[in-house]
Design a binder for this molecule. Structure first.
Ligand SMILES: Cc1cc2nc3c(=O)[nH]c(=O)nc-3n(C[C@H](O)[C@H](O)[C@H](O)COP(=O)(O)OP(=O)(O)OC[C@H]3O[C@@H](n4cnc5c(N)ncnc54)[C@H](O)[C@@H]3O)c2cc1C
Length: 409
């Protein structure tokens, strides 16, 4: 049994605290503000196991099963997952042999439900889509989206029930060192918490937390991302989508990476955009830059146009009702970072989720617990439920960043 301090009360920190408490450790989670104050409450909250790196496919199959079984693990909670499926549309510039090969790799890694759909199959299955310019698609009905607040609130309750202490509104502002490791963190209130092991789950602030320990420079670039919301359907669309069918719409990803899915009565939309680099803090997470508002000549209108090309019913979904924003913690190869700091012997980093950290969180928690149990970095470990081994080298802090995750949105 170790005394462990987890820094950050987003989904990564909360589920890590739960998993570590389950393993019998004495855990204290420290959150600068309230639980979910970072990216976890600003997320598009999609979950998919359709990835390009086999370890991530396996890990995400584990996550989908974990969320399907959530209420058995967290009694009194609600299911945090809705499995409407993920549909990746591919245009004629895509190498369809490579797409078929990717589906084969995903199936081999345990994602048996993923399918390659040719254009005829797509038109038959999804008649509400306009497939002009679409050559094929990949489809997985087990994918979908999550309800983040259920995960970090009820996950924290679960950790508490196992004996973990949760400290909120008190940031870690310093760390005390002795020899090769750290001995305690110091909080804004002046409180000190001693521990044997520290977990940096501070999301886009993880680089700063590493510095507080005298730890390594983390290869994380912080990027702002926007989500836009259309009012939704108030009547059946003339474009083949009924009001009653709207809540079951899958996550649809256009060939250029724009995506849309239902969020209550609204359609949530996102797209890769390059916005002005910022020095990210907890306070400027919600700032909307000029050009990214709700006006006709702003980014949201372009996003709507891109989605409407493939989902024509979006024309009937009322006005652009809202825009929200938050930060991605992106690594050079879009795979997260898990491992011991090296310079600080008892500091584990779990960050750099590159826009996938919500869906990844049960898998992240398992990796953190495995690293805590071993006391050192490990090359691979065995997932539960017969899901097989995962190669942790792809997430190592010392990797060369040449195995890019190709399915990034
Ligand atoms: C617009 C947008 C869309 C996204 N879409 C998706 C998606 O579809 N699917 C998906 O899986 N992911 C998505 N993500 C990414 C996902 O939200 C994040 O990867 C995930 O929430 C990261 O969780 P985390 O717990 O690692 O970090 P965070 O949720 O950022 O939590 C870190 C916590 O650390 C705290 N903290 C920071 N510094 C300190 C300190 N010094 N002391 C104590 N606490 C501290 C912060 O207050 C914060 O609460 C999206 C993100 C954005 C912004």
């Amino acid at each position: 049994m170790k005394k462990i301090v987890v820094i950050g009360g987003g989904v990564t920190g909360v589920l890590s605290a739960w998993e570590l408490a389950r393993a019998g450790h004495a855990v204290t989670l420290v959150e600068a503000r309230a639980l979910g104050s970072g990216a976890s409450s600003r997320s598009a909250a999609g979950i998919r196991a359709q990835f390009g790196v086999a370890a991530t496919v396996r890990g995400l199959v584990y996550c989908e099963r974990f969320f399907e079984g959530w209420t058995a693990r967290f009694p009194g909670s609600q299911s945090p997952i809705r499995q409407n499926g993920y549909l990746f549309l591919k245009n004629y510039t895509a190498d369809l042999d490579a797409v078929r090969e990717l589906v084969r790799i995903q199936r081999e890694a345990g994602l048996r439900e993923v399918e390659f759909l040719d254009k005829a199959a797509l038109d038959e299955r999804m008649p509400f889509l306009d497939s002009t310019g679409v050559a094929a698609a990949t489809w997985c009905p087990k994918d979908g989206f999550l309800f983040p607040a259920i995960i970090y609130q009820d996950g924290a309750e679960g950790a508490r029930a196992l004996g973990a202490a949760i400290v909120q509104n008190d940031p870690v502002v310093g760390a005390e060192r002795s020899g090769p490791g750290a001995t305690a963190v110091v909080l804004g209130s002046g409180r000190r918490i001693e521990a044997d092991l520290f977990v940096n789950a501070a999301g886009f602030m993880a680089g700063g937390v590493s510095k507080l320990f005298g730890g390594r420079d983390l290869p994380i670039r912080v990027e702002r991302r926007y989500l836009y919301f259309l009012a939704g359907l108030s009547r059946d669309s003339d474009w083949g989508l009924g009001v009653g069918e709207f809540p079951s719409l899958p996550m649809i990803i256009t060939p250029s990476g724009a995506y849309g899915r239902p969020e209550n009565k609204q359609l949530m939309m996102g797209w890769l955009q390059f916005s002005r680099p910022v020095a990210a803090t907890l306070d400027n997470q919600d700032e909307i830059e000029p050009g990214f508002g709700l006006g006709m000549s702003e980014y949201g209108a372009a996003m709507r146009k891109e989605i409407t090309q493939f989902l024509p019913a979006a024309q009937d979904m009322g006005r652009l009702a809202a825009v929200t924003t938050g930060f991605y913690d992106t690594t050079p190869d879009h795979n997260p970072l898990f491992g011991y700091d090296g310079g600080v012997a008892n500091l584990i980093h779990a960050a750099g989720f590159s826009g996938h950290g919500l869906m990844h969180s049960p898998f992240s928690a398992l990796i953190v617990a495995e690293l805590a149990a071993r006391g050192r970095d490990v090359a691979s470990f065995e997932l539960p439920d017969g899901l097989g081994p995962v190669d942790l080298a792809v997430y190592s802090l010392d990797r060369t960043f040449d195995r890019h995750e190709g399915l990034v949105i």
